[in-house]
Design a protein around this ligand. Sequence first.
Ligand code: GTQ
Length: 348
Amino acid sequence: MTGHAPDPESRLQRKAYYDRIGADSMTPLWEVLGALVPHQPRSPAVAHQWAYADVRDRVMEAGRLISAAEAERRVLILENPALRGQSCITQSLYAGLQLILPGEVAPAHRHTQSALRLVLDGEGAYTAVDGERTTMRRGDFIITPAWTWHDHGNTGNEPVVWLDGLDIPIVRFLDAGFAEKSDSDFQAVARPEGDALARYGSNMVPVDFYQEPADPTRVFVYPWERTQASLKAIAGGTPDPHFGHKQRYVNPATGRSPMPTMAAFSQLIPAGFETRPYRCTDGTVYVCLAGSAEVSVEGSTFRMAENDVLVVPSWHSHQFRAGSEAIFFSYSDRPVQQALGLWREHRA
Ligand code: GTQ
């Protein structure tokens, strides 16, 4: 509310009036207008880091308390400290660390929420998406688009941990969540490993294949090997002042994000490079995949080492300073904001 403060009598009259209309489920806009229509984003989320060295033992502990089958998904949710109890890392995004032990399966199901995985630790697990398995290797970016069947398994001999990124809060906000479990724990293998990547992710698509812009990509794994090779190859050039060398993952058939609700990025910060302050309206989850870097977010500094997760809320200015060459994966709700005409960025 603007203008001068009301005198005590008006205040009492108004308060009584608010109480009366409150009984009819109404409330005055003028008391909340500033909060409803802010001059700029004022996210209730805070910047926060999860250091993998600190949380790894916690994740392994879950493996001794409950099986993957019993849990259905054995995941520790990364909750934004300012949004506890809401199962989210930003207002629109979910993040979690999923553990699968040797011999276990996380049974097949599907849901309208879209999921992405970033493999962090261990070898020997696979994810199957709509009848095709992919071996999970560290740094691989794997997607399970909305309503695709997916199950995970570990046929190796070490625990495997990956980061799950889902659009759960968006689907919850829209009350559009559906899910179902499969009759069998894992899907029958319908195609050999690598089939989708060969068909849809090799600068070609099947001759009669056309997609609607909002369709998710059939490429469901973006192998780390390829990502790293691309970044290393372009790292000889001049880095962008705000990003270093930053690429966005795309659906190669459309040039849009792999899935309609979440964008994903990979960026290389050269050794000794400092990026200029940058902010955007999409709150972003960053994961350090290689090297180390300091990230300052609105004046707080986070020292990021391999597998550490950092959340940077909407419109928070941030800057990277890499000691050694560093590679960061990140994801956000940018395609949603862009589709709605809401996305903004500011490059200082
Ligand atoms: O792997 O299907 O972290 O359904 C949360 C919900 C993972 C999954 C999560 C899920 C999954």
